[in-house]
Design a protein around this ligand. Structure first.
Ligand code: 4AD
Ligand code: MG
Length: 477
């Protein structure tokens, strides 16, 4: 392969050399200037066409969206806006693009329009920047854990258990839906299904990760998870990627320390390694904010927000303290919240989480020690008998980014909790076995990867940080 990537050419010291590039035409101006992008960087390289010596037929085929192969001399640029350019000597059209029909015109498109064209939207500056950042962040996730003695575990995507106990699962079956086998009670007979039992797409790899932590010590998963909740919000996907570390011998404080250090590491990685894309996204957000009323504008730019996270401690607050703050806050007293907080035990909605983070503490917050009855069955019961060792990390503009806990390692306590919630011991015999054979204190958390990408890119809708979003009524592409 003789072709170079645009990112390499733009920073190449050696000038007046023959180079070759392949990429897609972003714009073609004055029958002379091609802005070429090959995805390696947000920046285009300018290719100057010698139109007098180029066939008319070729010139008409250099259109926005076309794939081209260009050979020429790399020189210092005469024009403004770029340091180098290519004086093209040979241009071949690899793939034509009908300028009348190509949806991604060189102008501003609405996010809605781009979602409808998700197969092509990555050819815009915004989406290519977001997707390069997404890739860098996922590399940083692995790097953090691999550098810190964690093993990567691939937990199953098809499972028979409901880890979160919320019942919001997609069924996996190979039964004939028109004519499923029935048992004597007239219910669908899953013993005749593919796996001989009811199965679904996993909502979390945690329970299986716990098994591995209790042998390998520190492990993490990073894979797709599925939730059939019918929430059409800017922060929920039906298919999203979750990172779930699980650590033997960690108490809740150790868990919080790890989560905070992990998030700071990956955000710093983005700041250090994605400068061009972040600068573009920073400017994009500034432009977007200009259109908003003063009161709604953020007092920090995107890059400032990222530095704020890496440079400041997250505020750690108990649920009980948070409820006191919320009970007495202005929006609660003036009945501005959709859900008013009047007593201890209330589940927090995103409006409350965002009030705490954005208005009250003005920094990332770790809330811990939640009431047992609003959290999952596996969380460790505190001595007070009513709270559990849960922690949620709340981020500005995002709300909950992490959910985690110390796990209930005591067999008798776990069994009575499961009985209380009507969870069948037979379904989770393998999970209970961990508490039978060498049980130990352990903890873990789950970070929603797309929520992290939203934070790092400043995108305001989760549908715009995953290549092909899956949401209720939407599985195109
Ligand atoms: O709080 P959740 O439900 O926790 C768990 O699944 C635990 N098993 C994690 C663990 O302890 N190992 O989900 C964890 C995170 C949330 O904080 C949120 O960031 C993200 O996953 N998340 C979603 N992201 C996008 N779309 C959805 N529908 C999400 N639901 C949860
Ligand atoms: Mg949660």
């Amino acid at each position: 392969m003789k072709t170079s990537k645009v990112i390499a050419l733009l920073s190449q010291d050696k000038k007046h050399v023959e180079v070759e590039v392949k990429g897609w035409v972003r714009t073609f101006r004055a029958n002379r200037f091609i802005a070429l992008n090959d995805g390696s960087t947000i920046n285009n390289i300018q290719c100057v066409v010698d139109f007098e010596n180029t066939a008319e037929e070729t010139l008409t085929r250099i259109t926005t969206g076309a794939a081209v192969h260009i050979k020429g001399l790399l020189v210092e640029s005469q024009g403004r806006g770029q340091t180098v350019e290519i004086q093209a000597s040979e241009i071949s059209i690899l793939g034509d693009s009908d300028p009348e029909e190509y949806p991604i015109q060189p102008k501003k498109h609405s996010m809605e329009f781009l979602r409808e064209n998700a197969h092509l939207r990555v050819r815009t500056n915004t989406f290519s920047a977001v997707m390069r950042l997404r890739s860098a962040l996922s590399f940083a996730v692995h790097q953090y854990f691999q550098n810190n003695g964690f093993y990567y575990v691939n937990t199953p995507i098809i499972t028979g258990s409901d880890a979160e106990g919320a019942g919001e699962m997609f069924r996996v079956t190979s039964l004939d839906l028109k004519n499923p086998p029935k048992d004597d009670n007239g219910d669908i007979d899953h013993s005749q299904d593919f796996f001989g039992k009811e199965t679904n797409l996993t909502v979390s790899g945690q329970l299986e990760a716990e098994n591995y932590a209790m042998a390998l010590g520190n492990v993490y998963t990073f894979g797709p998870t599925f939730r059939a909740e019918n929430s059409n919000t800017s922060r929920h996907l039906s298919e999203f990627w979750m990172i779930e570390p699980e650590m033997a011998f960690y108490e809740l404080d150790d868990n919080m320390d790890l989560a905070e250090s992990f998030i700071k590491y990956v955000v710093k990685y983005a700041l250090d390694n994605c400068k061009d894309d972040l600068e573009f996204l920073n400017q994009r957000l500034l432009d977007e904010e200009k259109g908003k009323p003063q009161a709604e504008r953020s007092d920090m730019s995107l890059i400032e927000k990222l530095h704020f996270v890496t440079d400041n401690n997250f505020k750690r607050v108990t649920y009980t303290e948070a409820i006191e703050i919320l009970r007495n806050c202005k929006p609660n007293k003036k009945k501005k919240f959709n859900y008013l907080i009047d007593e201890w035990g209330a589940d927090l909605q995103s409006e409350h989480e965002r009030f705490l983070v954005e208005k009250h503490f003005k920094c990332p917050v770790i809330l811990f020690d939640y009431p047992a009855n609003i959290k999952a069955f596996y969380m460790r019961l505190n001595e007070d008998g009513k709270t559990v060792r849960a922690m949620d990390i709340l981020f500005p503009g995002i709300g909950e980014i992490v959910g985690g806990s110390q796990r209930e390692e005591r067999l008798d306590v776990l069994k009575s909790k499961m009985a209380e919630l009507d969870i069948d011991e037979k379904e989770l015999w393998w999970y209970l076995d961990l508490r039978r054979f060498g049980t130990a204190v352990h903890s873990g958390f789950g970070l929603g990867f797309e929520r992290l990408v939203m934070f790092a890119t400043g995108m305001s809708n989760i549908r715009d940080v995953i290549p092909f979003p899956r949401t209720p009524q939407n599985a195109e592409f």
